[in-house]
Design a binder for this molecule. Structure first.
Ligand code: PLP
Length: 347
């Protein structure tokens, strides 16, 4: 048995999702008449409480178009040093938007309103213009951490006081909502733009979206085309997203329960440091004692037993739960990981 916990992106479309895709009514989205894409964009705007939304192929393009739409070359972004935009998006904020960054440190992907103050540039013809704050919810490298509404409100109000715009990288906003019971629109409300992914916990083969005001989304739409992200019969992918929004949001609670179950079963394993209380959504961060070898070697050891996870730091590996993982598999995975830690310590 092969159990893939590398990411929640590895899911295969379900038979029902594939059926929805084959039945999709399509047009040509460059010409603006793919009815299923238009329906998805309306649905995403409605769910996130925004005027408009734009369907894009990837979360990376969602963030890139949102940043490009709200900045000019030479502007500066303020974001967490472990944020996906900074860490995993090939420097697109610089390469495609011409922006520089000021980075905030903070535990588990979080920061506070006061952290913004020292990062905002004063008014001078010599300084780059501070323009946009990016917050990530849930925070990926933080371990699937939830940014709570109070913290979001404190940080975004301070950003407004500094005349900054605010972007939410909500690739896993659905998880934050499922874990807290707070509506995604409430999480999205303080932000000018919000990106979200259908290809993570929701389980589609591809697809993300950006939501915001009509004017900002018109700019997003323009940059989507410029960056080569406007597709033709993309209603086939939009149909998968509509299916996932209707059918796969409630079940994210199962992923969270499975992640917590894995964390609980590893909490007392010799050589492993796992904090179940830090496991807020669908990610389990596992820190390895020094005598267990490198995360890369540890992952290879697990792969030989059919369990796939990824290195996520100098001593850390990451396991992510998703819709192709059951609670029975979790118990098996916990046994394999505990045995690997025992073997590695003896090696
Ligand atoms: C995965 C992810 C993205 C990018 O999504 P892709 O579809 O892989 O480009 C953006 N932000 C966060 C927080 C992510 O986890």
């Amino acid at each position: 048995m092969r159990i893939d916990l590398r990411s929640d992106t590895v899911t295969r479309p379900t038979p029902a999702m594939l059926k929805a895709m084959t039945l999709a009514e399509v047009g040509d989205d460059v010409l603006g008449d793919d009815p299923t894409v238009l329906r998805l964009q309306d649905e995403v705007a409605r769910l996130l409480g925004k005027e408009a939304a734009c369907f894009v192929p990837t979360g990376t393009m969602a963030n890139l178009t949102a940043i490009r739409a709200q900045t000019e070359p030479g502007d500066e972004l303020i974001l967490h040093e472990e944020s996906h935009v900074y860490f995993y998006e090939t420097g697109g904020f610089a390469g495609a938007c011409g922006c520089s960054t000021r980075l905030i440190r903070g535990d588990r992907g979080l920061f506070e309103a006061a952290d913004l103050d020292s990062m905002v540039r004063g008014k001078s013809v010599s300084y780059p213009a501070s323009r946009l704050v990016v917050i990530e919810n849930t925070h990926n490298r933080g371990g699937g951490t939830i940014w709570g509404l109070d913290r979001i409100n404190r940080v975004t109000s301070r950003a407004r006081a500094h005349s900054l715009r605010c972007h939410l990288d909500g690739a896993r906003l659905w998880n934050a909502s499922a874990a807290t019971g707070i509506d995604v629109a409430a999480f999205a409300a303080p932000f000018d733009t919000v990106s979200c992914c259908f290809s993570k916990g929701l389980g589609t083969p591809a697809g993300s979206a950006v939501a915001g005001t009509r004017d900002t989304i018109a700019r997003v739409n323009r940059f989507r085309k410029m960056f080569g992200g406007t597709m033709r019969q993309s209603g086939i992918l939009a149909a998968a997203a509509l299916h996932a929004l209707a059918n796969h949001r409630d079940r994210l609670a199962d992923d969270h329960a499975n992640a917590r179950r894995l964390a609980d079963r590893l909490a007392d394993a010799p050589g492993l440091a796992v904090d179940p209380a830090a496991c807020e959504t669908n990610m389990v961060m596992i820190d390895l004692a020094d005598d267990l070898g490198t995360p890369h070697d540890f992952c290879a050891r697990l792969a030989a037993q059919g369990v796939l996870v990824l290195p996520n730091g100098p001593r850390r590996v990451r396991a992510v739960t998703h819709l192709d993982v059951s609670s029975d598999m979790i118990d098996h995975v916990a046994d394999i990981i505990r045995a690997a830690a025992r073997d590695a310590a003896g090696a």
